[in-house]
Ligand binder design. Structure first.
Ligand code: ARG
Length: 462
């Protein structure tokens, strides 16, 4: 049996906690990063308690003074984290009572650690979205928009099934990711709405018989509303699951971008060069320049997706109201938050440091029949039903493949052998540069559409 420090709940127990129990149930080692939220939450709670007369004004002042001292000590790295305290809430309360004496014992009036931790986590999620994730997503979008502007007219092959499809402007390709990150931002804003509701005053699960003023606490902490049902408020963490699902979707987008850039930087594609500062070498092969940063962005997505699955698993089949299982929510929340933050930061730094290789892209657009679709649409313009036009072009492509030609290499006679409606004007349609200029539909991947999209994003982001 360990000589553990007196716990706040010790009075009911005849044995002190086993050392194994103590170290197994503790969360201080990881929830200490909630300290700032625990302190602001406690200050708001103490002020409310004084306002409604549940504690004296003098006690409130002592509590606030003590909490600010603790804050200073933590910031200065001088706070003694006592491993015998189970969690951040006890660590701060014990330190407070040590500092200010009896008033410290009044702080927990009308409150449980269950609503306290729910509050801390809501404050944490709000800040993670406002201070880290959304600004970093905006930085990422700005970096992509700048690059899209730089390469607005450069033509590249696009791919479906990783097979050459149609020619597009590089700008259009980059702006596709700007759209995806925009939806990620919106998802985080949405998740924030659910986090922005104050649970304090829900107690352990049933509320309190004391006349606490929940609205006053919520107002002080800038919450949009207070929770309606104490059982729900103390016992659910779906606002964390929502944060994690937004993070998981966002990480998926990051991973796709990383994967594209890894492929494009390979010698097989050779579409882009990534700045040396964002690559690493090999310990054995002297010639190597590897896109390790981007590979790790792709790899670390595992942590974020893992966090979402972890959280879903953690909350599945939990009996209603608070269960200690919920303590594990922080592991997933912190892991996903840290990983996403770092990955967004590093990818936004890679983007301005990648150069598209005009010569290689030009050569790539010359092969692979990127203009086959435009030829079919040209035939539609000549009054041929699309299905028939598709067949004609298919035949022409097959013919070209046999003689190692591209469509533009065919003579008018060769075209006419397959379809006699083809005229000399067909050559104004063929070739990647002609194709991208001819895209007409709203939102297309050609340079004129890119210019329009750029105007939209610059207004929105810059
Ligand atoms: N450390 C706990 C958590 O993170 C705080 C709440 C503990 N409540 C309790 N009754 N044991 O969930």
């Amino acid at each position: 049996m360990s000589k553990s420090a007196q716990k706040s709940w010790q009075a009911r127990f005849s044995q002190s906690a086993d050392a194994l129990t103590e170290s197994y149930v503790e969360s201080l080692s990881f929830d200490r990063r909630l300290w700032k939220y625990d302190i602001v939450g406690s200050i708001a709670h103490a002020e409310m308690l004084a306002e409604v007369g549940l504690i004296s004004k003098a006690d409130c002042r002592a509590i606030k003074r003590g909490l600010r001292r603790i804050e200073d000590q933590i910031v200065a790295g001088k706070f003694k984290w006592d491993p015998a305290c189970e969690d951040i809430h006890m660590a701060i309360e014990v330190a407070l009572t040590r500092l200010v004496g009896e008033p410290g014992r009044c702080l927990h009036t009308g409150r449980s650690r269950n609503d306290q931790v729910a509050l801390d986590l809501r404050l944490y999620v709000r800040d993670a979205i406002d201070l880290d994730i959304k600004p970093l997503l905006a930085d990422m979008q700005r970096a992509l928009v700048k690059s899209a502007e730089r390469y607005a007219d450069m033509v590249m092959p696009s791919y479906t099934h990783l097979q050459r499809a149609q020619p597009i402007a590089v700008g259009a390709y980059l702006l596709a990711y700007v759209e995806q990150f925009q939806r990620d931002r919106e998802r985080f804003s949405n998740a924030r709405k659910r986090a922005d509701v104050c649970p304090l005053g829900s107690g352990a699960l049933a509320g309190s018989t004391l006349s606490i003023d929940r609205q006053a606490v919520a107002r002080r902490l800038g919450f949009a509303a207070i929770t309606r049902n104490s059982i729900d408020a103390a016992g659910d963490r779906d606002f964390i699951t929502e944060f994690l699902s937004a993070a998981a979707i966002c990480a998926g987008h990051l991973s796709r971008l990383a994967e594209d850039l890894i492929l494009f930087a390979s010698q097989e594609f050779d579409f882009i060069t990534i700045g040396d500062a964002f690559c690493t070498g090999s310990s054995m092969m002297p010639q190597k320049k590897n896109p390790d940063v981007l590979e790790l962005v792709r790899g670390k997505v595992g942590r974020i997706h893992g966090a979402l699955v972890g959280m879903l698993t953690l909350t599945k089949s939990l009996p209603q109201a608070y269960n200690r299982d919920l303590q594990e929510d922080k592991i997933h929340l912190f892991s996903a938050h840290d990983t996403l933050k770092d990955s967004l930061e590093v990818v936004a730094a890679v983007v301005p440091n990648m150069k598209f290789n005009r010569k290689r892209l030009l050569a790539a657009t010359r092969k692979g029949f990127l203009d086959a679709t435009v030829l079919a649409e040209y035939l539609v313009g000549k009054g041929i039903p699309f299905r028939r036009a598709h067949q004609y072009v298919g035949r022409l492509v097959a013919r070209c493949e046999k003689s190692d030609k591209e469509l533009a290499d065919l003579s008018l006679e060769e075209f006419r052998k397959v379809c006699d409606r083809i005229g000399r004007d067909v050559y104004n349609y063929l070739g990647a540069e002609n194709v991208v200029q001819r895209y007409k539909s709203v939102g297309n991947a050609g340079p004129k559409s890119v210019a329009k999209q750029l105007r939209f994003w610059k207004k929105k982001l810059l």
